[in-house]
Design a protein around this ligand. Sequence first.
Ligand code: BES
Ligand code: ZN
Length: 620
Amino acid sequence: MASIVNPPRDPNTLSNYNNFVTTHTIANLGIHFEKRCVSGNITLKLKSITDAATKEIVLDTSFLNIKDVVVNGRASKWNLSSRFEPYGSALKISLEEGIDDGKSVDVNITSETTKDCTALGWMTPAQARSEYPYMYTQCQAIYARSVFPCQDTPDVKSTFEFNIESPLPVLASGLSTGVQDVHSGSEVAAGTKLYSFEQKLPIPSYLFALASGNIEKAPIGPRSTVATGPKQLQAAKWELEESTEKFIETIEKIVYPYQWGHYNVFILPPSFPYGGMENPIYTYATPTLISGDRENIDVIAHELSHSYSGNLVSNCSWEHFWLNEGWATYLERRIQAAVHGKPRRDFSAIIGWKALQDSVAQFGETHEFTQLVVDLKGKDPDDAFSSIPYEKGYTFLSYLESQVGEDKWNKFIPHYFNTFARRSLDSYDFKANLLAFFESDSAASDALNKVDWDAWFYKPGLPPKPKFETSLVDVCYALASKWKNIKAEKFEPKAQDVKGWCANQAVVFLDSVQAFAHKLDKRETQAMGSVYGFAKSRNAEVVARYFQVALKAKDDSVYKPTAELLGNVGRIKFVRPLYKWLSEADRKLAVKTFEKNIDFYHPICRGLIEKDLFGKGNRI
Ligand code: BES
Ligand code: ZN
């Protein structure tokens, strides 16, 4: 009898993963810098999870050139459906006969990426600030399908084998198993080597990662290495070597031993569109992290936390993204508290709460994307991306912690990460797991019965505001309030005002000043920039916020430095608001800056600025 096939939980894949699931993937690929493409073949071991009635395998692809499909060693019939936005083109592979439940089939596909590929960042030597070109992938959320055909859903997890040919050193989201010379021929660039890796823990497709360039390595701990261009190597090592192992040991105490063998950090060229990306074995990180003051390494605590939340225990679809990011934010702040003392947790949460307020204000407080659990049917997960899953998720987990009490909650954390390790889950699995864990504890159960789950999951807007411990931020608010009344109080800024402040205190101060920045005049914002040293800060979090304040005040002394920063940093978090405010202050300069740097930005970032500056796909 045919088993009942549930509809897939993930609406953002075209694959029929309710019939087949990928259990192992072999990626034999070549990186071609001149043609700017990645090509080769992929073998997917697909296990049937229903009876033999289904005679078709459907995979995700996006802007791929498919050349050949072989099933169990025999050429197969296949066709590529027309594009269905935003998900790409379904690759439909016919099977001669159905596959019995539990049996596997090997599908080998030869393909190459095209110029429209959304996952690959390519850089000329000039853009990479190097003598060599550079390439890297960014697959989260639904871009792995533009590198190779796959079941591009976090609800399916596969082990991986990578065999990658490139003329420059290669990194991947697996442990290295060797490097071999490749004899050059007409098709092969000089110096090409074959770099092999394996990933024995099953990972979802969005964690597939490759990078190649003039990459060198240095140790930053007993199980950690930093990789980056030779010029930045020493600075990167200094920034990270003090904390990386400390963070790992701390999270091991909060959850359980680190499972992936090595935890390494790869510092990318400045066009990298994110602060960090939790690719297994090698966290990818923005070079803005290397600020010379070790003040931005909370990003590392965050990405390391994904080794548990996201990479080992994964959200089953982007509708439940808060499970990845809310938990990672929660664990990141627990690490900060353990390493630097309790007030640090709330210090970071206060900055997070401001980001949450901004996101809710930006979407509108009744907007569906301000819910913790969102409906993404037919939608692009990138459109829903904001601070909400991070900060509403964090607020929810902190609230649950306070409901059951800290000690009991601490016992639940390893239980949760044990139950769902190597699996994917949704918000209802999380709820059921939590309730079951405390079933025999009547005090905790009573407290959990008071939780309004539906409101937390589905109510748009801000959740109730938690009480924060404000010891580290009170001075920042007090100074901001002086600036608010600068004219009435004849306040004269002095370097003394911010003496001994850490970068995050400047961030909190600038975040509050932003609310009334349009009322400041140019003379005042200039004084803020020079007297407090914000205008020349090496810390991108500080300088980008200061520029926003000054742009809002129409202070033309920052227009040129803003345009320069926009040519040197491609991190979406900084670039988007800076373009927005530069465009309001000096539209011509904003457009000119974008046109000048268009090739510098990663395709995802480029698309977003284009949308913001010119409206959807409408460049005028
Ligand atoms: N996984 C995210 C980055 C991401 C999310 C990439 C969605 C693509 C789609 C990563 O863990 C992250 O959250 N990065 C943050 C830094 C962090 C400290 C909050 C970032 O890039 O700003
Ligand atoms: Zn994250």
